[in-house]
Design a protein around this ligand. Sequence first.
Ligand code: HEC
Ligand code: HEC
Length: 410
Amino acid sequence: MMRRYSLSIVCGLAWLWSCHAVSAPNMGDVVSDAAFELATDCPPGFALNTGQCELRSLYQLYASLQDGGVGGLKTGLPTYRDGFTPQEIDLGRYLFFDPLLSADNTISCATCHQPDKGFADGLGRSVGMGGAELPRSAPSLWNVAFQDSFFWDARAKTLEEQMQGPLYDAHEMGGDPVSLLSKLNASEPYRQLFAQTWPQSYEAGEDIQLDHIYRALAAFQASLVSLNSRYDQYAHGFADALNEQEKEGMNIFRSFVARCAECHTPPLFTNRQLAVIGTPEPDGMPFDPGAGPVLGEDSLRGAFKIPSLRNIDQTAPYMHSGRFETLRDAAEFYNLGRGHAVPEGEELKIHWHVWEPNLTDYEIDRLVDFMKTLTDESFKPKTPQRLPSGLPLAHDKTLATARATTTGDN
Ligand code: HEC
Ligand code: HEC
């Protein structure tokens, strides 16, 4: 599988445009031989400061969440991760889309976290290597930089810890650290990209380090920021950004009758806690005890992490099990009676904010209108046109075929 990449060395030294000239359309193999240049600028929404990308958001002007009151519009952001270099973020982008990271080269992170599906996959339950169906649905990755625990049951504390789940799970990407490293080290383009990112660590041609793979993937994911929806424009003071029905929906969402904002707290639309709300499993699926067994806490049996509702219109079906096809079904769940879907024989400690709000059909429709204003994909990163491994993109069949006919920048 190893190829010679003499051309890439030439391009590495030359100006970018001359490499583009080499990778003219329809030149077949030549396209995958041109060198990869990592970004030297931060993605939109970040500013470069002493070599690192710092988040810039109007929400940084506001006081902390605690001071702002639950559901307040001008509330500050919780703790978050930034401070990665442009190169770390861009290298992470290639790794994220590259099926080389799976044992049989068929699945990338993007297979289950697709940019055009809100970084989820549109499935009730994700499908891993060899067609294995996983027990839960893939969450969106938008705004993961603001999360302090990962997975539906909050079992991972950092992005780096989280990604070792899918990378090494036999049903997801099926790899192991040793073979992951040997595959990446066998790729001359990747060796060059890691050296571009951390020149001091690789100046003598050292092997790629596992921690650097994790850091780059974390950097890319932390760049997926979505804080400029029509709702945000309204929150920052542009009264016309929402129409009357959407404003009605927002008021219902924040009201003490519906109580949505108690858990789906602005500006992230999650308070980052776990809650037992008692959603049903799909027919035939066993009860999912969620965080209970993970944390060894009986009171958390059936608890799941409160998901952010950002870009929620893009990520149907909903809940850990993908049980609800539409946003309306998800909203209506809260109206059908506390604990109505808890299986017989299960004694769940349903959260006290889940009650019986007796919302009318009209009010549920307005809640849906409001949730749809939380869409902002303006900082959606570019999908690479080609990958350092030379493999086709795995997450979207139409893109894989498009690659055969188009070239252009990466
Ligand atoms: C086969 C499908 C699949 C693949 C491949 C996959 N994921 Fe996931 N991902 C999921 C599912 C399903 C969950 C939720 C699992 C759970 O909660 O038990 C998840 C959860 C996550 C979360 C937690 C998000 C949150 O809000 O808690 C992150 C972050 C994540 N994945 C990143 C990645 C990265 C990075 C890769 C590649 C290294 C990757 N995923 C590969 C399906 C996948
Ligand atoms: C007690 C906290 C709590 C309250 C109050 C609450 N939610 Fe939730 N919400 C959750 C949890 C936890 C989940 C995930 C449950 C699961 O996966 O089984 C969730 C999931 C959702 C989802 C699906 C998200 C996804 O990514 O699949 C939507 C939509 C939603 N809630 C809307 C609402 C609306 C609308 C209200 C008000 C009527 C509301 N929530 C009130 C905790 C809460």
